[in-house]
Design a protein around this ligand. Structure first.
Ligand SMILES: [Zn+2]
Length: 358
């Protein structure tokens, strides 16, 4: 498989390729569109390709781009899956959800059109959408300065905080999600956003017949550069977890910030999906993260782009902070892209083997 036929340079190309591959594969296509337009006036929509039984009891659900700019790898994997589908039994389906945050992917940012981190937005009760980790309040002036990007010794100041508070504490404080600073990083939103709401409405209607669902949600950025991690929160120790540990050794983790490179989040997609399923459905959920660059570099790039975005550069996809952010989340590196595509595919194949066997 040659990675460059699958990795797209921008959202528009990715969307076109995905839809075309879906049609060629005979998939049923659904579009969730709520009026957003891209830099060239193009429609920004979530596209869903359904392969297999419409009333499937067993569903492999593959999602990409909940973090916008992180969507390039997931999109590439999905286009590959459409061109080379897995074997699906008569009572099964493979469902590909292309880019849950189309605005973020089109405008090269991690948050959505209202600066909301959608993987912190799936909170059931609005009265829980408040507060922030103590450490976030402390970090806020450093993370979210109210001025356009300029050199301000960020790395050195961050290092000072690391020495004072410890790396694990800051990682958890920064990234678990916050509900206090609407233009800050990792803001979870004061209400359910339109994209997630439309997606859950679709899911409630279409996934209700399913009794076993495996979700693979693809992200990039966190972790050792060039390596991927599978993160399980639900059913750890269960059959799916055991299968992945057996077949995919040393790369499977659970969400415990003391023992892993990842962090707990509030309002992630894995909190949203169960609300759309039949109460007897069994859900296995895995987050696949492809490491890109160091955490410090990522945070710096996120901070720069967020500053530029809130100071007049929101619509400029050629702004250097946006290009830098894209390159942090999808390195322009042949080996990285090839590995992401291959490992993304391996996890789908293993999951299909587990879900669709017998
Ligand atoms: Zn992510």
């Amino acid at each position: 498989m040659k990675y460059d036929e699958y990795f797209s340079p921008d959202f528009r190309t990715a969307r076109k390729r995905f839809r075309r591959a879906a049609r060629d594969a005979g998939a049923k296509l659904t579009k969730l569109f709520w009026g957003l337009r891209g830099p060239l006036g193009e429609k920004l929509a979530i596209d869903i390709a359904w392969l297999g039984n419409k009333k499937a009891r067993r569903i492999l659900l593959h999602t990409s781009g909940i973090h916008g700019v992180e969507g390039f790898a997931g999109s590439a994997i999905q286009i590959h899956l459409l061109r080379h589908p897995v074997n699906i039994p008569p009572d099964g389906a493979m469902v590909l959800v292309h880019c849950l945050n189309p605005y973020g992917m089109a405008y090269l940012r991690r948050a959505n059109e209202r600066n909301v981190d959608l993987n912190r937005n799936f909170i059931q009760h609005d009265h829980h959408r408040r507060g922030a980790h103590d450490g976030y309040h402390r970090l806020h002036p450093l993370l979210n300065p109210s001025s356009p990007p300029r050199f301000d010794f960020f790395t050195l100041r961050l290092l000072g905080r690391v020495i004072r508070h410890g790396f694990e504490y800051l990682k958890q404080a920064g990234a678990e999600g916050q509900f206090e600073y609407p233009s800050g990083l990792f803001f979870g939103g004061h209400e359910m956003q339109t994209g997630p709401r439309r997606f859950l409405k679709w899911a409630r209607k279409k996934l209700k017949k399913a009794r076993h669902i495996c979700v693979i949600d693809v992200h990039t950025g966190v972790g050792e550069p060039g390596k991927d991690w599978l993160i399980l929160e639900l059913n750890h120790g269960g059959a799916y977890h055991q299968m992945l540990e057996r077949e995919y050794p040393r790369r499977v983790d659970t969400l415990d910030p003391d023992h892993t490179i990842v962090y707990r989040v509030r309002g992630g997609l894995e909190e949203g999906i169960p609300t759309a399923l039949h109460r007897k459905a069994h859900l296995d959920f895995v987050t696949q993260e492809f490491g890109t660059v160091s955490g410090r570099k990522l945070l710096h790039a996120l901070r720069n782009e967020n500053r530029a975005h809130h100071h007049g550069r929101a619509a400029d996809v050629l702004d250097p902070t946006k290009i830098a952010l894209r390159d942090c989340f999808c390195p322009p590196d042949a080996a990285w892209r090839q590995t992401a595509l291959t490992d993304g595919r391996v996890v789908v194949d293993l999951t299909a083997g587990y879900l669709f066997s017998d």
